[in-house]
Structure formats: C-alpha cells, structure tokens
Design a protein. Structure first.
Length: 132
C-alpha cells in the first residue's frame, strides 16, 4: 500500500517540519510470502513511504507534522489531510515489539502495523489492528 495523499485541505500555523525522534526508523510491513513489503522510512525532516515499485518522498518545506490526541501524529504533504501515526508496544505474532501504527484517517477504527526492519515476517492477521 502506497502512502495516499488525498483528503481535505488543512492549514495549521502550529505545523512543524520535524518528526519526533521515537518515529525515526525504517518501518516495514514484511508479510510472509511477500518480496516487496510496504515501508515507511522516517527521518528528522523527511518521510519516504510506499514500496519498491512506488513510493513518495517528502522533505523540508513539503513536509507537515501535526500532533494529534493520544500520541498520534499526522505526517505527510503540507496543506492536505495525511495519515496519522503512533509508536507503541504491541504483541505481534506472539512476541512483544515496538511498532508503528498507521491510520489513514483520524477517525479510522483500524491501523496498519509496521515493525522495524525486514527480518521479522508478520502474518496477515497481525498486519492490521482493530482499534475498536
């Protein structure tokens, strides 16, 4: 799944361009039997998200970082509504891991689950979390 940048236009004077340090990793969704996993690479002032075949890279003034409720951050292209992300600990296929959760909208009840690196393969069931 590539990072989609669709939605309503938003403006916010408090928007930052620096991504919080706990998010700064190369996050992957390495599903079993997949050779081209989705990824989200977050650095201090850039995001590169998608897969080998299609990905979007944003940095500097193109980037917008907005703090939301309960530890969620909206990260993506400036001036539009972007997916929200949260770093947390979660049991993935029986082992507790630090994960990145990605919601496509702030009101979504589901989040995609990403882990650091590609060595850990995750099942399709563990790739999506029901937030209730």
């Amino acid at each position: 799944q590539a990072l989609t940048t669709t939605g309503l236009s938003t403006t916010n004077a408090a928007a930052a361009t620096k991504i919080p340090s706990k998010f700064r990793h190369s996050w992957y969704q390495p599903l079993k039997n997949t050779s081209n996993p989705s990824f989200i690479k977050l650095k201090a002032t850039s995001i590169d998200a998608g897969s080998k075949t299609f990905h979007q890279n944003l940095s500097g003034k193109q980037l917008q970082v907005l703090k939301k409720k309960s530890g969620w951050y909206q990260i993506g292209a400036k001036g539009i509504t972007n997916p929200t992300y949260k770093v947390t600990k979660l049991k993935v296929d029986g082992k507790k891991r630090t994960v990145l959760l990605k919601k496509y909208t702030t009101k979504s009840h589901y989040a995609d689950v990403y882990v650091i690196g590609t060595k850990t393969k995750i099942s399709l069931n563990a790739a999506t979390l029901d937030l209730g």
